[in-house]
Design a protein around this ligand. Structure first.
Ligand code: PEP
Ligand code: MG
Length: 593
């Protein structure tokens, strides 16, 4: 029988297909008493033999497809996994402690990686991620958990999962992944952002989709309304098949109409609309959707899904490619914003209780100057290939910005010494996404060439609502007067210092807020390519004079609900909003099982 669930629609569009249930690695390592340590050691030996077989297969394939040079890293993993010192240490502890082997493996790998991590040699430190990778492989064999990946799907399917990490999503097979449905996560989680970027319809926060879906079940995902139907009735299927082709046609039409028109208000103010990108593969979508530059390039995706850090050269190639392909259009490249909900293998260390408030973004980079400098060198070298601007994430105070600039100046001096060309007057900006940065926006504005307000984090931190927690997703409210006043404050500070202020959080791609943001004085909007056509259409039907009046009224309102109601009513009937509202109002009624 059909089961209808309602979650949070985070990437628009409809997907209809068979479910692929995806098991996210969840290596919860138990600890229990085991008397027979020889039997535990034998389990370890069997796990190592299986890991060895897997790695040998990967080695052969890598050597065949990419050459011996690339395969060498797999060889290192084989050596680590079969290392006799590791086996001896494990045997000693099994005998002394009488516990299960996976606990000992997990503990030893964590201890070894902390030692490596704390050495002075940066090259040796890079081995930490390899060790963690090997450790995960051994543990997954011991715990009988398959290491799954969505990189190569055999046929078109809808991915159903309890959760997906941003790295799982970044790696997804974009041809065969028709849609995504997950139990957990919120609207501005990086998994949601990526799904939008890759134009894969997605619904998160469904709570029970993982438990109700069997592999191969037919499933409908409506990424606009947030509905998901498991084993849909004939009726539902026919209705959604029709709606899917209607939406696709509409989007094609909107793309054609809006792409070449300037992003300009009815009273002649040009408001550039730019794209947020995570991966260079998104560039063709951005150009097609009429992006007037890249307002946010989230470089951390270059660092995910790999055991070793990207080299400076590899980063240079990626940044240069993005800059060159956008020609003279601005490309704002954000330095590494790892942490929060994005973790890479090389980020070892104790698990954090509050990762969103933890070792993230600029905090991480300032403590890892080796990684930070390699990225800045690559960015500066690429700066001559196009119109690059550098932006620092999660700045919370002047001292962080100062420290970041000191590192940048060291890199500049080094390049100059070596006569490597770079753009001398490259523009430097700060993300404004921590409430403290809003309070000191006047001070920060004097030190920056531009601001970009990251509303995803700003809302998370100012309303104290974890952006990846579906339980409190209903409290994540961009229309909250507290948030709107913060935006106004930052924009005013930018104007007083005569620097431009953009918005690059998801709010910028929601047409419900376009007129209000313009009225608040924002200079440009940057969003996932999928949002560009409708926001451009919205700008084209907005008068800046009226938008300012609207902003004034809205800033006097008492609640987010009041603001949202007013925005929805006001825009009813407008051309761009007609399309948008027809999506959300055509929500099918909630159905019980
Ligand atoms: C933001 O916080 O609004 C933002 C654009 O950055 P990210 O979503 O990558 O944290
Ligand atoms: Mg952010």
């Amino acid at each position: 029988m059909e089961i209808a669930l309602r979650g949070i629609g985070v990437s628009p569009g409809i997907a209809i297909g068979h479910a692929l249930t995806f098991n996210v690695q969840n290596l919860d390592v138990p600890k229990y008493h085991v008397e027979d340590s020889a039997a535990e050691l034998a389990r370890f030996d069997r796990a190592i033999a299986a890991v060895h077989r897997d790695l040998k297969r990967i080695y052969d394939q890598t050597a065949r497809e990419l050459g011996a040079h690339h395969a060498a890293i797999i060889q290192t993993h084989i050596i680590m996994a079969t290392d006799m010192t590791l086996r001896q240490d494990i045997q000693d502890r099994l005998e002394a402690e009488k516990v299960n082997v996976e606990y000992v493996v997990d503990d030893l790998i964590a201890k070894y990686s902390t030692i490596i991590e704390n050495t002075d040699d940066p090259q040796f430190r890079e081995r930490t991620s390899d060790l963690l990778d090997v450790g995960t492989r051994i543990l997954s064999k011991l715990l009988n958990t398959e290491l799954d990946s969505l990189a190569r799907l055999e046929h078109p399917c809808v991915i159903v999962s309890h959760d997906l990490t941003p790295s799982d999503t970044a790696n997804i097979d974009t041809v065969n992944a028709l849609g995504i449905a997950t139990d957990v996560s919120g609207p501005t989680s990086h998994t949601a952002i990526l799904a939008r970027a890759l134009e894969i319809p997605a619904v998160v926060g469904l709570k029970y989709v993982g438990t109700h879906t069997l592999p191969g079940d037919m499933i409908v995902v409506d990424g606009t309304t947030g509905y998901v139907y498991i084993r849909p009735s004939e009726n539902t299927l026919t209705k959604y098949a029709k709606e899917k082709s209607r939406q696709e046609e509409e989007r094609r039409a909107l793309l054609l109409v809006e792409r070449d028109t300037p992003s300009q208000t009815t009273d002649g103010h040009v408001i550039p609309t730019l794209a947020n990108i995570e991966l260079p593969v998104e560039l063709p979508h951005c150009r097609k959707a009429g992006a007037q530059g890249v307002g946010l390039y989230r470089t951390e995706y270059l660092f995910l899904n790999r055991s070793a850090l990207p080299t400076e050269e590899e980063q240079y190639q990626a940044y240069a490619q993005v800059a060159a392909s956008m020609e003279s259009l601005p490309v704002t490249i954000r330095t590494l914003d790892i942490g929060g909900d994005k973790f890479a293998h090389f980020m070892s260390g104790p698990k954090e209780a509050n990762p969103q408030l933890g070792w993230r973004a600029i905090r991480f980079c300032l403590e890892r100057p080796d990684i930070f400098k390699a990225q800045l060198r690559a960015l500066l070298r690429a700066s001559i290939k196009g119109n690059i601007q550098i932006m620092f994430p999660m700045i919370s105070g002047i001292e962080e910005l100062d420290r970041a600039k000191v590192v940048l100046n060291e890199v500049r001096a080094d390049l100059e010494r070596r006569s490597i060309p770079f753009k001398k007057d490259i523009k430097l900006g700060s993300m404004i996404e921590v409430p403290a940065a809003i309070s000191i926006a006047d001070l920060l504005a004097k030190e920056c060439d531009f601001f970009s307000i990251g509303t995803n984090d700003l809302i998370q931190y100012s309303l104290a609502v974890d952006r990846v927690n579906e339980r409190i997703a209903h409290m994540y409210e961009p229309a909250h007067p507290g948030v709107l006043r913060m935006i106004q404050h930052a924009v005013r500070a930018a104007k007083a210092a005569k620097i431009p202020c953009s918005i690059c959080g998801e709010m910028a791609g929601d047409p419900l807020f376009t007129e209000l943001l313009l009225g608040l004085g924002v200079d440009s909007l940057s969003m996932s390519a999928v949002g560009l056509p409708v926001v451009r259409a919205e700008i084209a039907s907005t008068s800046l004079t009226q938008a300012k009046r609207l902003a004034k009224r809205v800033l006097g309102m008492r609640t987010g609900e009041d603001v949202r109601r007013m925005l929805t009513q006001r825009y009813r009937g407008r051309r761009a909003m007609e399309i948008y509202l027809s999506h959300i109002e055509n929500r099918p009624p909630a159905q019980a099982t």
